[in-house]
Design a binder for this molecule. Structure first.
Ligand code: C2E
Ligand code: MG
Ligand code: MG
Length: 780
């Protein structure tokens, strides 16, 4: 560089010299030759010039250097400016007054996804915005020229990708950038637009807005408090649940909601959990503004700052009173009987278990009392289920009044109730206490009940078991109380019995009998005896009654030994089917025998009539199997079987009669409503109970009853059979009073099939007219 400069300087000096020499005039003669003095002066001048020139030269060089330095600096500044302009953290764009883009920086290009090399061709700035925001910009940007500080716009810039946009804040200030302005434009009419990406701020704002909306619209009450508990904010649900408006609670402490149902300990635990773990949640009872106490599920969290200091507490709660009520209802449903509201079996078992634990721990005694209403089913059948339900409710009421509050009374189901009398000192006290209560209950339940105007009388049978004497487990005690209750029923009902070991034996026997009966059918242990029925006037056999027997361990048992168990266990239904089959078989055989058909009567118990469809199908199948005609069969029923008006049983009987079978009302006169029974269920005949016959000749009342029944039968045109005729007096009395038919030991006892055959053979061996007259000679 220095060498370059030297060369330039010497060139300039040479040029100067040439000019200077040209300017010196040439000498005309030798005389005019300068004197030495003049020459010295000229030489001096020349040297001065030379020095002057050198100095000038030096200055020129210095000036040139500083110009170059300034130019370098200017370039550097420009570069720096351009860097700042392009790499600024905000987008810059220069637009003219009409909004045309003159320039934009890299940042803005990046925001828009426009490559650096793309020319913009003076596009409108507004086109860089989302179409929906274009018009906003166009309308408002001119104001930037006048009051730039006042104006800012939040608009969406088109993003680099399709459909993308970025929230930006746009500000602008007029600028003068002469080199860039298009020809003819005024420098002050340019505008620098500053575009800042505010998408993160917008996102946060959106989140805040969402949070505020959630806060306000949350179904759960929210309360924000300062660390000292002062309420700072509440939401709408808080007001809905508590009844307090915002202005009533701000600045106050949440303890204004206290219900008073929790002790200090409760709140202490809550606060210590909040302090230790920063969170507490649980169920809490609070009080609404109107004083109502309600349950809420409350969750409190501590909100801490970065340094870990608690800034706020935020409490979120929901009103769970309805859920509580539903829970209580469920609890009630699970543990209480719907009809009587008494505890149910489950709850009773629970209480009994607890009581048994106490009994063992403290050496106390308790009594379990099982109650079953006598003949409840009859009420249900006669008056309908609504009346039955009403009766059970009234019974529950009387029972509740008869026991102490510390006792537990439960309904086990149906007409069965159970009571637990806990905490007796010893066995004697337990028995004495239980018998007092039981006697009281028996008396109370024997009083008539008023069921919607119907006066109904029922009684109860009670069985009592004492713990630990009769057992110390729940199942044992209940089983033994049950045994005692059956014993009370067996003893004529309407009484109470304590459990005893003898009962246990009976109950065991009963269980065995039940099992034995189940097996009797398959083991062929059942058989039928047949008792002839006679025309009293002629002594002629007019029919037979099939009577069930059970050959058990080589002893032939009569129905009174096993029928009740068969009925109560339901085995009688299967047995009944077998009886139909046997009776049909005999009836058909007799019909084809020389003597001709003899109707066979079959007894049918109420239990069988409870399943009338089964009964009908059993009978139809037996008749079809044995080819039995309906007139060869007769069905004997007792009153209890058809107590309910329009009952399915009565319908089944009507169906039997339609089929052509005769239906007879057995044991007539012993039931409570023999006459109404006749009205309800038309039958073909009556069988006077043998109890009345037995006393003929001894009891005038019974004779009068028998006479009346005979008159009644004649009036209603019903055939009448007297059963249990044991002597000729009875026979004569009956004949004299118009009784056509009879059966009894006086003629024949129930006979085995073989015996019957002999009897009938002797009849068949007679001449026809004798046959008609075949009489059983009264036994002497
Ligand atoms: P029931 O239908 O009234 O039968 C008459 C009962 O009186 C029979 O008792 C019979 O043996 C008895 N008897 C007949 N004549 C005399 C007499 O002169 N004096 C006395 N004291 N008794 C006499 P049994 O066979 O013990 O039957 C008792 C009851 O068992 C029957 O009473 C009937 O209700 C029922 N029963 C019998 N067989 C069946 C059956 O197959 N199915 C059903 N469901 N019940 C039956
Ligand atoms: Mg009978
Ligand atoms: Mg009878």
């Amino acid at each position: 560089m220095m060498r370059g400069q030297d060369n330039r300087t010497s060139t300039a000096v040479a040029a100067l010299r040439r000019r200077a020499e040209a300017m010196v005039p040439p000498s005309r003669d030798s005389e005019e030759t300068a004197s030495p003095e003049e020459l010295r002066e000229m030489l001096h001048e020349l040297k001065v010039y030379q020095i002057e020139l050198e100095l000038q030269n030096e200055e020129l060089r210095t000036a040139q250097l500083s110009i170059e330095e300034a130019r370098d600096k200017a370039e550097e500044a420009r570069d720096q400016f351009m860097r700042l302009f392009h790499e600024a953290p905000v987008g810059y764009a220069v637009v003219d007054r009409s909004g045309l883009l003159l320039e934009l920086n890299q940042t803005l290009r990046q925001m828009l996804g426009i490559p650096a090399e793309d020319a913009l061709d003076y596009r409108a700035f507004a086109e860089l915005l989302l179409p929906s925001d274009e018009s906003i910009f166009r309308a408002r940007f001119p104001a930037f020229f006048d009051q730039p500080s006042q104006k800012r716009m939040e608009l969406r810039l088109l993003g680099p990708g399709k459909g993308e946009s970025t929230w930006v804040e746009i500000t602008g200030r007029p600028v003068s950038l002469p080199r860039r302005r298009p020809r003819g434009t005024n420098p002050s009419s340019q505008l620098l637009i500053i575009v800042s990406d505010i998408s993160e701020r917008k996102r946060l704002e959106g989140e805040l807005m969402l949070a505020a909306k959630v806060f306000e619209h949350s179904a759960e009450g929210i309360c924000i408090t300062a660390p000292d508990g002062t309420i700072l904010r509440i939401n709408n649900a808080f007001t809905v649940v508590t009844g307090y408006q915002q202005e009533e609670v701000l600045g106050k402490n949440p303890r204004l909601l206290k219900s008073g149902r929790h002790d200090q300990e409760f709140y202490k635990t809550m606060w210590s959990a909040l302090k230790q773990r920063g969170h507490w949640e649980g169920e809490i009872w609070n009080r609404r503004k109107n004083g109502e106490i309600y349950a809420e599920w409350l969750s409190i969290s501590a909100i801490r700052d970065a340094a870990g200091h608690v800034m706020h507490h935020i409490a979120i709660f929901s009103d769970i009173s309805e859920r509580k009520v539903a829970e209580q209802q469920l609890e009630h449903l699970a543990h209480y009987d719907m009809l009587t509201s008494l505890p149910n079996r489950l709850l009773f078992h629970d209480r009994l278990k607890q009581a048994l634990i106490k009994t063992r721990r403290y050496g106390t005694w308790l009594a379990v009392m099982l109650l079953d209403l006598d003949r409840f089913k009859e009420v249900n059948d006669q008056l309908g289920h609504d009346s039955g339900d009403l009766l059970l409710q009234q019974v529950a009421q009387r029972l509740t009044e008869a026991i102490r509050a510390s006792d537990t009374l439960a309904r086990l189901g149906g007409d069965e109730f159970i009571a637990l009398l806990p905490s007796f000192e010893d066995c004697r006290a337990a028995m004495a206490g239980a018998s007092t209560v039981a006697a009281h209950i028996v008396g109370e339940l024997a009083r008539p009940f008023d069921l919607n105007g119907n006066t109904v009388g029922i009684t109860t049978s009670i069985g009592i078991a004492i713990a630990p004497q009769d057992g110390d487990t729940l199942s044992e005690l209940i089983k033994h109380a049950d045994t005692a209750m059956y014993n009370a029923k067996g003893r004529g009902r309407n009484n109470f019995q304590f459990y005893s070991a003898a009962m246990h034996r009976q109950s065991r026997d009963r269980t065995r009998m039940e099992q034995g009966l189940q097996a009797a059918l398959s083991r062929n242990e059942l058989l039928l005896y047949y008792q002839p029925k006679l025309a009293l006037a002629s002594g002629r056999i007019v029919g037979l009654e099939a009577l069930l027997r059970w050959r058990r361990d080589d002893v032939v048992l009569e129905p009174d030994r096993f029928l009740r168990v068969a009925e109560e266990s339901g085995v009688i239904v299967d047995i009944g089917g077998w009886v139909f089959d046997q009776a049909c078989s005999l009836a058909s055989r007799l019909a084809s025998a020389p003597g001709g058909a003899l109707p066979v009567a079959v007894n049918c118990s109420s239990r069988q009539l409870l399943a009338p469809q089964r009964l009908l199908s059993q009978l139809e199948e037996a008749m079809a199997r044995r080819a039995t005609r309906p007139e060869w069969l007769e069905i004997e029923i007792t009153e209890s079987a058809i107590l309910q008006e329009n009952s399915a049983a009565a319908k089944a009987l009507a169906r039997l009669r339609e089929m052509g079978l005769r239906v007879t009302l057995d044991d007539f006169g012993t039931g409570h409503s023999s006459l109404s029974c006749l009205r309800r269920c038309p039958v073909d005949g009556l069988k006077i109970d043998r109890g009345f016959i037995a006393d003929i000749g001894r009891n005038q009342d019974d004779e009068a009853i028998v006479r009346s029944i005979l008159v009644l039968a004649a009036t209603l045109k019903l055939s009448c059979v007297a059963e249990g005729i044991e002597n000729s007096n009875q026979c004569e009395f009956l004949r004299d009073n118009g009784c056509d038919f009879g059966q009894g030991f006086h003629y024949w006892p129930p006979l085995t099939e073989a015996e019957l055959e002999t009897v009938l053979d002797s009849r068949d061996g007679m001449a026809d007219d004798q046959k008609r007259q075949c009489t059983r000679l009264p036994r002497s």
